[in-house]
Design a protein around this ligand. Structure first.
Ligand SMILES: [Ca+2]
Ligand SMILES: [Ca+2]
Ligand SMILES: [Ca+2]
Length: 464
């Protein structure tokens, strides 16, 4: 808390005099050379300077005192462990669920780790469906299992199933002959509480980082759609397709932004869906237990298990988690790496610069130049990354361009370097070498790089 306040003062001074030098010298002299509009400030004014394992866990530095308080209430709730009802505090978990709190999957507001071969994981989950669509054009739920496997349950209740992972390694080589290996995951659904249909489509998803999301939500629909090029009219091999998903709040179909397939339209809905699907906690937005219609259903739908005010506090919490500052952005190797990133075509999807729209109602996210390295659009990433499960407009091969800001701090914050939607990549370089489909040309440029160039490219990613 104390540290956060110091940052706040520091950044406000920086913003007003446009020189971080004098204000922030005690954190890192390197930031001296930057000004608040530069690429160092990944989250614009809402950038923080901490590079420790708490780097993803800071509130927006520029936030009024009373809103900071709301963020703190949301923070407590994000970490709160739910228990099965009846209970005096945080009741309502289950009857079936994946984990007991938000923070038990989004560890330190970062990403989940996947288990080794043969293990089951609680830091990832599996979306499921059968062929066809539901009434809103979304995934068609599996009879008896719904649209997500809940692999845990409260006492005396049957969990739905377990999913075990097995990896097989394959050897590849860069054009210069240097070998590398990729591990291919395979999933087996076991211990199902009732017969599991044979034609179920399974989409593995690891818990995604939750910082910077309020800024991504503040980019206007028009700006996202302006980058779409669904039929590749400009013939650069990159399409970029918006997902359009059912918005349970507005009861209309709207642009999707969150989740690995841009399958959620807003942070509010993402959070409410997480309470319902992942923890088994009902809210006014999703008032029906995920086990409805199944034998595990406990008839506890009469009262929402989480109040609207706490739901909105948690929404506000993920909306106002700040983005960590760049490290070493002016290092010559890093600068060279950025040029290689652009030359390889990475920046056609991982768009470096965006501006949030003007928002007089919520100035904290208004008109900020941010550097998220995403276009929030879907891209065909090829057969190897495909989950072969459509999710609204996203096909089984399409994924949302993952934001790369803060990615260089993953090891520090989460203690691992597992990347991509299912955590299969064990390093940033492996994540790149999995790229296929529209990104195959970019991947092949990396394959053709010299060892020095590859290392510069990685140094650049590590500086994000
Ligand atoms: Ca419940
Ligand atoms: Ca389920
Ligand atoms: Ca194009």
């Amino acid at each position: 808390m104390k540290i956060k306040r110091t940052y706040k003062v520091c950044l406000l001074i920086a913003a007003s005099v446009a020189v971080i030098h004098t204000a922030c010298k005690k954190y890192d002299a390197d930031y001296a050379k930057t000004n608040p509009d530069s690429e160092w400030l990944s989250g614009g004014l809402q950038t923080v300077y901490d590079q420790s394992s708490a780097a993803f866990s800071h509130a927006f530095p520029v936030l009024s005192e009373n809103l900071e308080r709301v963020h703190e209430i949301g923070d407590v709730q994000f970490e709160a462990t739910f228990v099965s009802a009846p209970a005096p505090v945080n009741p309502g978990r289950g009857p079936i669920f994946n984990n007991v709190s938000c923070s038990s999957c989004h560890i330190a507001d970062g990403r989940g780790k996947v288990p080794g071969s043969g293990d089951t994981s609680v830091l990832m989950l599996f979306r499921i469906s059968i062929a066809g669509e539901n009434a809103h054009g979304g995934p068609n739920p599996v009879p008896g299992f719904g649209d997500q496997i809940q692999n845990r349950s409260t006492l005396g209740i049957a969990k739905e199933a377990d999913v075990t992972i097995a990896y097989t390694e394959q050897a590849f080589a860069f054009d210069d002959g240097t070998p590398y290996k990729l591990r291919f995951p395979a999933y087996t659904v076991t211990n199902t509480y009732t017969a599991f249909p044979g034609d179920v489509m399974l989409s593995p998803r690891v818990a995604a980082p939750v910082f910077g999301l309020g800024l991504l939500e503040a980019v206007s629909d028009a700006d996202v759609l302006a980058k779409a090029d669904e039929n590749d009219a400009n013939a650069d091999g990159i399409s970029g397709k918006p997902n359009f998903v059912w918005n349970a709040v507005t009861k209309t179909t709207t642009l999707g932004r969150f989740g690995w397939k841009a399958n959620q339209p807003s942070l509010l809905q993402q959070v409410a869906a997480a309470y319902n699907g992942d923890i088994g906690v009902t809210t006014s937005i999703f008032p029906v237990e995920s086990s409805f219609g199944q034998p595990q259903y406990d008839n506890r739908d009469d009262d929402y298990e989480l109040s609207d005010s706490l739901l909105h506090a948690v929404e506000f919490y993920v909306k106002t988690l700040a983005v960590p500052v760049r490290r070493n952005a002016d290092n010559p190797v890093v600068k060279n790496g950025k040029q290689l990133f652009i030359n390889a075509g990475c920046a056609s999807c991982h768009i470096p610069d965006m501006r949030t729209s003007v928002n007089v109602a919520f100035p904290a996210v208004s008109n900020q130049l941010i550097h998220p390295y995403t276009d929030l659009l879907l891209h065909d990433m090829g057969d190897d990354l495909a989950d072969n499960r459509p999710d609204f407009k996203a096909t089984g091969k399409e994924w949302r361009t993952a934001p790369l800001w803060g990615i260089g701090l993953t090891q520090k914050v989460n203690g691992h370097n597992n990347f991509l939607h299912d955590g299969r990549a064990r390093s940033l370089l492996e994540a790149i070498m999995w790229h296929g489909g529209e990104a195959a040309t970019a991947k092949n440029k990396v394959k053709a790089m010299s060892a020095d160039e590859r290392s510069s490219l990685i140094k650049f990613l590590e500086s994000l």
